[in-house]
Design a protein around this ligand. Structure first.
Ligand SMILES: [Fe+2]
Length: 249
């Protein structure tokens, strides 16, 4: 091979290498564009999924609220009781370091759904209940639990519905659970429920002040309520509850 043919061969090799490099670069750029397109598609799918999940959550909440309102529509005294106690429960749960997710909140809203089975004459009786009437009234947590039994998305909610009248000392109903055997969310809720019951008018008595309600609740720490939940509630000022109530009225 003469020097000139060697130089030509060298130039051809360089040209071939450059061409290969350019082709590789083009291929790499094409792959990158393709990956970006995939990523954009994935982002879009994810966005749509999130929107669908949000829509589903909104539908669930609207359904639960409709059911809770249907129960309350019978009772002029407890108007918006479910929404107030749900909000109080969220606030107390937060103070106690207890996570309250959507399912639990649904349980707060639906706690008295079993009252649909309690006749008006018993539900609105201003005087004391007879033994039989009391038995029917105190069946409402179990009836509520039965009503929601087969609704999968209300699993944690059912626990609150069933156990919201248990007492820390074990004298509550329907299962007479005591102390930490009572599901935590039901313990949080029991306090929220009592707070609203005390601070609103009832057929048999008028509302008491926030301060008087606090005294009553403190006195019931260790008997009706979990002392730790009462302590968490005690870190929340009365004004916070008053604001929540105004926001819902
Ligand atoms: Fe109840």
């Amino acid at each position: 091979m003469t020097p000139s043919t060697r130089a030509t061969a060298g130039q051809e090799t360089v040209a071939a290498l450059r061409a290969r490099l350019a082709r590789l670069e083009r291929e790499a750029a094409a792959r990158e564009r393709q990956l970006e397109a995939y990523a954009a598609d994935l982002r879009e799918v994810f966005k749509q999924e999130r929107a669908r999940a949000q829509e589903l959550r909104r539908s669930y909440k609207a359904t639960v609220l409709a059911l809770a309102n249907a129960v309350e529509a019978r009772d002029a005294y407890t108007g918006r009781h479910a929404q107030r106690v749900a909000a109080y429960g969220l606030r107390i749960g937060h103070a106690a370091g207890v996570a309250v997710d959507a399912q639990v909140e649904f349980g707060f809203l639906l706690h008295d759904v079993g009252k649909v089975a309690v006749p008006d004459a018993i539900l609105f009786k201003p005087g004391p209940l007879t033994g039989e009437e009391y038995a029917l009234m105190s069946a409402h947590p179990t009836i509520g639990w039965e009503i929601l039994r087969h609704v999968d998305f209300l699993d944690d909610a059912k626990t609150v519905v069933r156990h919201h009248h248990e007492r820390w000392d074990g004298t509550g109903y329907p299962d007479g659970l005591a102390g930490e055997a009572i599901p935590l969310h039901a313990r949080v809720f029991a306090l929220a429920d009592a707070l609203d019951a005390l601070t609103t008018d009832r057929p048999y008595r008028g509302a008491v002040s926030w301060a008087a309600a606090r005294e009553t609740i403190r006195e019931a720490a260790g008997t009706q309520f979990d002392p730790a939940i009462v302590a968490a509630y005690d870190t929340i000022p009365d004004e916070a509850f008053a604001r929540i109530r105004e926001g819902i009225a």
